[in-house]
Design a protein around this ligand. Structure first.
Ligand code: GLA
Length: 359
């Protein structure tokens, strides 16, 4: 560590960006359960917002009809309250990590529209209701639009129709009128997708549905997306008059592999392909460490430039060892997408990000 970094180690993300936006981290069940004290201490020191990686997803909190598993979520919310953080709920209505029973009756037959709406409402009222006033913002609907701009084909759409999104926001507003409500999406730099999301939000707004923010997920790479295309999408989305957030930021340093591909294990590849897709099993070379720092710096410079439009930037893990990037869509790899390494130590990217706040 050079002197420069030594002095800057005193900086914390939440302090350097305190006049700009919240800085958040996604917490794993392990962390929420108290099994990673170092990571939790880092969260307390560096971040002023939290999102749960999985424990509020339907399959986790509502695994069976009439059975809710609130214990981890109670702990999560208590941690945020204790530390006076902006606490995020993720996520209420999504095509993924939602059990099949949700869409079926007791005999396994598909529900009709009314029955599924009832179930959606009951879930939203129960989960949001329990944390009313304590979870401050919710990803109400996650990933409803495809890359070509069409609605994602899923059971919510099949059974309810396109207004399942409107209904989810209506129920959420009723369940906790004080909470911020968001639409969350990935690949918003893809123009047809971005335009479709804008149409969707405008349509909801014209029907009197209030949406408070758009979550730009931010599962990016060293060379994708370009700063220009990202800035174009930020400018277009900001015209909706809602706050923007980067909700799931991580920068994969491994070769591009589409995040929505089918899950595979690295061991199913031949040796050459294994090497190609897992080039740094024993640690990140300095040169790539530098590339990562530069990439984070250019992205944060962009967010800082547009700080009037952003309310939060959340990282999709606390440290490298937690990141889903090492096990999805290819499991068995070693990725290095975060600002803190597997020992929770700041990487060059951390210092690079802090510097952008004062530039
Ligand atoms: C999406 C979801 C997150 C998480 C990531 C990676 O972005 O919104 O909850 O599941 O995929 O797994």
């Amino acid at each position: 560590m050079n002197n420069n970094e030594n002095t800057q180690v005193q900086s914390t993300l939440k302090d350097v960006f305190k006049d700009d936006f919240y800085i958040g981290a996604a917490l794993s069940l392990n962390q929420i359960s108290g099994n990673e004290p170092n990571a939790l201490a880092l969260v307390e020191k560096q971040f002023n917002s939290i999102t749960p990686e999985n424990i509020l997803k339907w399959e986790e909190i509502h695994p069976e009809p009439n059975k809710y598993n609130f214990e981890p979520a109670d702990r999560y919310v208590a941690f945020g309250q204790k530390n006076k953080m902006f606490v995020v709920g993720h996520t209420l209505v999504w095509f993924y990590q939602t059990p099949d029973w949700v869409f079926q009756d007791e005999s396994g037959k598909p529900l009709d529209r009314e029955a599924l709406l009832k179930r959606m409402k009951e879930h939203i009222f129960t989960v949001m209701g329990r944390y009313k006033g304590r979870i401050h913002g919710w990803d109400v609907v996650n990933e409803a639009i495809m890359a070509d701009g069409s609605f994602r084909k899923c059971k919510w759409l099949d059974i309810i129709g396109e207004d399942y999104i409107l209904k989810a926001f209506e129920y959420a507003r009723q369940a906790d009128p004080g909470a911020q409500l968001y639409y969350n999406e990935y690949d918003l730099v893809k123009q047809p997708k971005c335009e479709a999301v804008i149409r969707l939000i405008r349509d909801l707004q014209s029907k009197g549905v209030r949406i408070d923010g758009i979550g730009i997920q931010g599962h990016w790479f060293l060379d994708y997306p370009s700063i220009e295309e990202l800035e174009t999408s930020i400018l277009s989305l900001s015209k909706l008059g809602v706050k923007l957030m980067v909700t799931e930021m991580d920068i994969g340093v491994l070769p591009f592999y589409p995040v929505d591909s089918k899950l595979v294990d690295l061991s199913s590849f031949d040796p050459e392909m294994q090497k190609k897709h897992n080039p740094y099993p024993d640690g990140l070379p300095d040169s790539v460490q530098k590339d990562l720092a530069n990439r984070y710096a250019e992205l944060f410079s962009l967010f800082h430039k547009h700080r009037d439009k952003f309310s939060r930037v959340t990282f999709w893990a606390v440290h490298d060892g937690q990141s889903w990037r090492s096990y999805m869509p290819i499991s068995g790899r070693a990725d290095y997408p975060m600002l803190f390494d597997r020992d929770c130590k700041p990487k060059p990217a951390f210092y690079a990000v802090c510097r952008t706040a004062n530039a």
